[in-house]
Design a protein around this ligand. Structure first.
Ligand SMILES: Cc1cc2nc3c(=O)[nH]c(=O)nc-3n(C[C@H](O)[C@H](O)[C@H](O)COP(=O)(O)OP(=O)(O)OC[C@H]3O[C@@H](n4cnc5c(N)ncnc54)[C@H](O)[C@@H]3O)c2cc1C
Length: 407
C-alpha cells in the first residue's frame, strides 16, 4: 500500500494545529490535520484571550469564526492585589486597541477546525498519531484511525499536540523547565488550577476579574462568557490547598479577593476539575523536518493567561516564514529564532510576576510593597506584555530593577 504524502502533516487539531491548517491551506498547500478526539469536550483550558492574542486571531482571519461561536468581548479587566482593584479599560490602554475575548474552549476549537476544513485542509477526526520516524524522503507518521494503521509522509511535520506533546519526544527535542533544584523550585514548580463554570453570577460581565492573595500565594479569576455565566478558576502552589468542591472554589475566590455578592446565587454547571500545569518549553523548536508550535513548543504557567496568545503567535510566525522563504528548512529556522525571541520576553515577565506577586513570607511582602509603591508613581516600570504583547520590550537587568523597585 502506498504512503499518503502531504506538504504539511499536523499532529493535533486544537487551536494551534487547526489555525496552522487553515493558514497554509489558504496559501494553496496540501495540508493534513490529524486530531485524536472525534469531538472536543471540556478539559478546562484557556478561555480568556489577551488583547494581543485577539490581534493574532484577527491576523489569522479567525476572529469572526470565534465570535460567531459564542465569543464574548471583555474590554475591561480588574486586578486586585490585596485591596479592591480598579477596572482597566483595555481598548484605551493596551497597545492593540482591542478588548480581550472569552469563549468556551471546545466551541472555539470546533470553529477553528471547521475553518481549516473550509479552507481546503484535509481534517481527520479520531485519528491518533502513534509514532514518527525520519527517512531520507522526510518524516513519516504512523496513524491509527478507524482501527486501521497507516503511514503518512510530509515535507514537514508540525507538532501541535499540546503541553504533553509526544511529537516533541519522538523528534528528540529537549524539554526545558525552571531549574528543579534551585531556590526557584517552590515558586516555579507545578501549579494547580481548579476550574468550574457557573451560571447566575452577579459580576460586571464586560470585564475579566483577577484577585491575587499574596498571603497564601493564590490567584482567583472569573471570566464571564455572557451576562450571568462564566468560568471561575483558582490557582494554588500545592495540590493539598486546591478546592475539592465548587463551594470550596467560591470560598477560595472570596479569600483571594472576590466580593461576597458575586457568587451569592451562582450555580455550578458541567465539569469541576483541578489541572496540574507548569512552564515547559523547547529552545529553537525546529529540527530536521519537524517543527513545534503552540503548547508543544512552549507551555506557559496558565496563571498568567498567555497560552492561546503565544499559540496563535507561533502560527502566524510559521505561516509568514514559510510564505516568505522558498527553502523550507531555512524558513523553519527563521520561525524558531523568532519564536525564541518573543518567548523569552513572555517567560521573563512570568518569572518576575511569579516572584513578586505570588511569593509568600515577610521579605516577599516587603519587596512587593516597595515595587507596587513604585508602580503607582510610574506605570512604565511594569511592562504590559500580558495585555499588549511582547513586542518592543527589552527585559534586561535594568528593566528588572525597575520592575522590582530596586532603583
Ligand atoms: C487550566 C488551564 C487554563 C488555561 N487558561 C488560559 C487562559 O486563560 N488564557 C490563555 O490564553 N491560555 C490559557 N491556557 C493555555 C491554553 O489552553 C493553551 O495554550 C492552548 O490551548 C494551546 O493550544 P494547542 O493547540 O497548542 O494545544 P491543545 O489545546 O492541547 O491541543 C492539542 C491537540 O492535539 C491533540 N492530540 C494530542 N496528541 C495527539 C496525537 N498523538 N494524535 C492526534 N492528536 C493528538 C489533542 O487531542 C488536542 O486536541 C490554559 C491552560 C490550562 C491547562
Amino acid at each position: 500500500m502506498g504512503v499518503d504524502r502531504y506538504d504539511f502533516a499536523v499532529v493535533g487539531g486544537g487551536l494551534g494545529g487547526a489555525a496552522f491548517g487553515k493558514a497554509m491551506a489558504e496559501r494553496g498547500a496540501n495540508v493534513l490535520v490529524l486530531e485524536r478526539t472525534p469531538t472536543f469536550t471540556d478539559r478546562i483550558r484557556g478561555e480568556w484571550i489577551a488583547p494581543w492574542g485577539v490581534e493574532e486571531l484577527k491576523e489569522l482571519g479567525l476572529y469572526d469564526e470565534v465570535m460567531g461561536q459564542g465569543g464574548h468581548a471583555l474590554p475591561g479587566f480588574t486586578i486586585s492585589v490585596g485591596l479592591p482593584g480598579e477596572r482597566r479599560d483595555l481598548v484605551a490602554s493596551a497597545r492593540p486597541g482591542l478588548p480581550a475575548v472569552s469563549f468556551y474552549h471546545p466551541d472555539a476549537q470546533e470553529a477553528v477546525l471547521a475553518s481549516a476544513s473550509s479552507a481546503g485542509a484535509a481534517v481527520e477526526r479520531g485519528a491518533s498519531v502513534r509514532s514518527l520516524r525520519r527517512t531520507s524522503d522526510g518524516p513519516v507518521l504512523s496513524v491509527r484511525s478507524n482501527k486501521v494503521e497507516r503511514e503518512v509522509s510530509a515535507r514537514l511535520v508540525v507538532g501541535a499536540d499540546g503541553r504533553d506533546s509526544a511529537a516533541r519526544r519522538w523528534a528528540g527535542f529537549e524539554l526545558r523547565r525552571f531549574p528543579e533544584t534551585s531556590e526557584f523550585t517552590r515558586d516555579f514548580g507545578t501549579r494547580f488550577l481548579t476550574g468550574q463554570m457557573f451560571e447566575d453570577v452577579d459580576a460586571d460581565a464586560t470585564a475579566g476579574h483577577m484577585w491575587v492573595n499574596p498571603a497564601i500565594g493564590s490567584v482567583g479569576y472569573y471570566f464571564p462568557h455572557s451576562a450571568r455565566k462564566g468560568r471561575a478558576f483558582v490557582v494554588f502552589g500545592e495540590r493539598s490547598q486546591s478546592p475539592t468542591t465548587p463551594d470550596e472554589l467560591v470560598k477560595a475566590c472570596r479569600q483571594a479577593g472576590a466580593n461576597g455578592a458575586m457568587f451569592a446565587t451562582a450555580k455550578p454547571i458541567g465539569l469541576f476539575a483541578t489541572i496540574a500545569a507548569s512552564d515547559g518549553w523547547v529552545d529553537h523548536p525546529y529540527g530536521d523536518g519537524v517543527v513545534l508550535i503552540g503548547d508543544a513548543a512552549g507551555a506557559t504557567d496558565p496563571t498568567w493567561g498567555q497560552g492561546m496568545s503565544t499559540t496563535l503567535r507561533d502560527v502566524r510566525l510559521l505561516r509568514d516564514a514559510l510564505s516568505s522563504e522558498d527553502e523550507m528548512d531555512r524558513a523553519c529556522h527563521d520561525y524558531a529564532e523568532a519564536h525564541d525571541q518573543y518567548w523569552r520576553t513572555v517567560l521573563t515577565l512570568e518569572e518576575w510576576s511569579t516572584t513578586l506577586l505570588l511569593k509568600t513570607g515577610t521579605e516577599a511582602d516587603a519587596n512587593r510593597e516597595r515595587a507596587i509603591d513604585h508602580w503607582n508613581d510610574d506605570q512604565s516600570r511594569r511592562p504590559d506584555v500580558f495585555m499588549s504583547g511582547p513586542d518592543g520590550y527589552v527585559l534586561d537587568e535594568q528593566a528588572r530593577r525597575r520592575y522590582f523597585g530596586e532603583e
